[in-house]
Ligand binder design. Structure first.
Ligand code: MLT
Length: 331
């Protein structure tokens, strides 16, 4: 009698497991059945927000559900990323991270409540974003060498904007200061969108920011660009010299933006999100919007989850010693 009961219980357990498994598979198959939230960890209008909205628009079309941007700001982007990392891993919450939140932050942010390399399922790289040294349009220095001399001699009277400890503008900003010996006053914003408004108004003096945020204002003459921190000039800003051309060696930095999900995503759901991002980056209109802002679009071979995981691991390893040295003032 006991054996028969045991067999019955075991059969029921197997049936239940199979049913739950099938239900989960069916849910993943039907994904998405409602809007998806893409957390942007900086203020609306900044570079992270711009890239997120560009790719989310096309992803919404191919997924058949709205990808809704939610700006969750603060703490150099780590507030939003932490919030997103704790969401249910069901595909309905993703995030737009970048070289700051998933590369530089561990070096600069004490008590970081996520591990860039372990707390997420990488979905894919979205864009490359070269860094430009920009200043208020009436900054007197005629070129980068004179600008560096003025910033150094100005000391704390010079105001440098950034988007919070560990952000791209902060990490590339303190690296610039360490390389040049500048010691400006750092002014924090919830994103370089608001920071750019103050730069255009002359309320702050300069910042190092991603090209997709500042290219239109440079072209429009409402701010001044001293150099771009890439080996080659940008076709979007052909008159802006590279840092090397302008006399600042060993300051070449580019950021990147990428989509992540909380760890534990069902495989099929991750594959659908990855495919939707890939379709967005293959779409001519979407690509043109990123390229016209001076961003770069990663090729299919360098943007998938495995490549992104390797990038995160290498960026954390690369930036940690560099930024810790910069933060304690040793060039
Ligand atoms: C940063 O890291 O500086 C952010 O990208 C700024 C932003 O997106 O607003």
């Amino acid at each position: 009698m006991k054996d028969a009961t045991t067999r019955t219980v075991r059969s029921l357990c197997l049936a239940l497991t199979a049913t739950l498994g099938l239900a989960g598979h069916a849910r993943a198959d039907a994904f998405p059945q409602r809007p998806i939230t893409m957390v942007v960890p900086f203020a609306a209008g900044g570079p992270t927000d711009v890239i997120a909205r560009i790719v989310a628009e096309h992803m919404s079309r191919s997924l058949g559900q709205q990808v809704v941007i939610e700006n969750v700001t603060g703490a150099g982007g780590t507030t939003g990323i932490t919030r997103a990392s704790q969401a249910a891993p069901d595909g309905y919450t993703v995030m737009m991270g970048h070289m700051g939140t998933h590369g530089a932050a561990p070096a600069l942010f004490k008590g970081l409540r996520y591990d860039p390399a372990k707390s997420f399922d990488p979905i894919g790289l979205a864009a490359g974003t070269p860094i430009v040294i920009v200043a208020r349009k009436d900054f007197a220095a005629p070129d980068l060498k004179a600008f560096i001399a003025a910033v150094k001699s100005g000391g704390t009277s010079i105001n440098q904007a950034h988007a919070g400890v560990g952000s791209v503008s902060h990490s590339t900003g303190i690296l610039f200061d360490a390389k040049t010996g500048a010691k400006p006053t750092l002014v924090v914003y919830r994103g370089t969108g608001p920071a750019l408004n103050d730069l255009m108004a002359g309320q702050v003096d300069f910042m190092t920011d991603q090209i997709v945020n500042v290219a239109p204002q440079i072209t429009g003459g409402t701010i001044k660009a001293y150099a771009i921190a890439t080996p080659e000039r940008s076709t979007v800003l052909p008159d802006v010299p590279t840092t090397k051309e302008a006399g600042l060696d060993d300051y070449e930095v580019s950021a990147w933006n990428a989509v992540f999900a909380p760890k534990g995503l069902p495989k099929e759901v991750g594959a659908k999100l990855e495919a939707a991002l890939g379709k967005a980056l293959e779409d001519e209109t979407t690509r043109k919007r990123i390229l016209d802002l001076g961003g770069t679009v990663p090729g299919s071979g360098e943007r998938g989850p495995a490549a992104l995981q390797r990038l995160v691991e290498s960026e954390v390893a690369r930036w940690t010693p560099v930024l810790r040295a910069a933060a304690d003032g040793t060039p």
